[in-house]
Design a protein around this ligand. Structure first.
Ligand code: F6P
Length: 341
């Protein structure tokens, strides 16, 4: 078989580990593997490259993706879907492994349903917002980085008696904020799923000060709907606005300082959460997903996605997995709230 592999959407640590696993298992079975450049763009614009044992050697610990990635949406381009199908056929591909989040896998689900494209999916994203899997790879690394940052901010916050606001990624869900906030001992955590007023957040900080704690750590998701804040920047091809441009962390920091008089500083973690080497957990998860995807291809289980359920890697349908976002359930926020103030 000739198997294509693509990585789409925002990059995340562990993509190369998946590519390596898909390659290794496919070679063992005598299949040929072809790399698609820059996500769906490579199929729209016919940019493919051979992916042999040499190309996938030594990439397990490397962040980013050796195949490149974009947020290209073939459904939004004139004749885009037709070009994807043409390239696929002309290149003699017989299967495709699409590694991505809700956007990339949403396209894969559509192409499978509407055009019977023989595609299987692998769930990636630091945001952990994909249904159908307990965890996506990349998330553990992002949480590790955010937690380390919170730990570092603690010591400087305490030395200066300051409030430190930390803005983390996660798009419209609060998985990174709530998990790193719990792990880092944040005093208030603001996530899109559980809106609270600025005054309520400030009251938690005041309570701490009354107890003699003159410093506080506040973690806020980039997608938090803060009172009075605008919508954000330009939309990408999937209709997502660039949330970092809204400056929700800065806006919250200004309000805290204005309303309390406590000196406040803001740190926006940004893309450091996505860069660099994956954690061991992400390397292992990505590797297991990659092997499963290669098995799905071999078994011709197209339209399916590798998924983690409990400790098992299973298959779920791409359609179900991309039907809705996985948000943070209230029980998770309750854990965080037990340590507020
Ligand atoms: O989906 C991953 C993610 O890092 C989000 O957390 C964030 O909102 C977005 O991508 C940033 O996108 P870009 O890299 O295009 O700025």
């Amino acid at each position: 078989m000739k198997v294509g592999v693509l990585t789409g959407g925002g990059d995340c640590p562990g993509l190369n580990a998946v590519i390596r696993a898909v390659g290794r298992r496919s070679f063992q079975r005598g299949h040929e593997v072809v790399g698609v450049r820059d996500g769906w763009r490579g199929l729209v614009e016919d940019e493919l490259e051979p992916l042999g044992p040499r190309e996938i050697s030594g990439i397990l610990p490397r962040g980013g993706t050796i195949l490149g990635t974009t947020r290209t949406n073939p459904y939004k381009l004139d004749g885009g879907v037709g070009r994807v199908l043409d390239t696929f056929e002309r290149a003699g591909l017989e299967a495709l492994v699409a590694i991505g989040g809700e956007d990339t896998l949403g396209v894969a689900a559509g192409l499978f349903e509407e055009h019977a494209l023989p595609v299987v999916g692998v769930p990636k994203t630091i945001d952990n917002d994909l249904s159908g899997t307990d965890y996506t790879f990349g998330f553990d690394t992002a949480v590790f980085i955010a937690t380390e940052a919170i730990d570092r901010l603690h010591t400087t916050a305490e030395s200066h008696n300051r409030v430190m606001v930390v803005e983390v990624m996660g798009r419209n869900t609060g998985w990174i904020a709530v998990t790193s906030g719990i792990a880092g001992g944040a005093d208030v955590i603001l996530i899109p799923e559980q809106p609270i007023s600025i005054d309520d957040a400030i009251n938690e900080i005041r309570r701490r000060h009354e107890r003699g704690k003159d410093f506080s750590i506040v973690v806020i998701s980039e997608g938090y709907e803060l009172e009075g804040l605008g919508d954000g920047g330009a939309e990408d091809e999937f209709g997502h606005v660039r949330l970092s441009e809204r400056g929700v962390g800065e806006a919250l920091g200004r309000e805290i300082e204005k309303r309390t008089g406590y000196e406040t500083r803001v740190t926006v973690l940004g893309h450091v959460q996505r860069g660099g080497s994956p954690t061991p957990r992400d390397r292992v998860l990505a590797t297991r997903f990659g092997l499963k995807a290669a098995d799905l291809v071999d078994d011709q289980r197209f339209g399916q996605m590798a998924s983690l359920q409990g400790d098992r890697i299973v298959e779920v349908s791409l359609k179900d997995a991309t039907a809705e976002l996985k948000t943070v359930p209230p029980e998770w926020y309750d854990v965080a709230k037990a340590f507020f103030g």
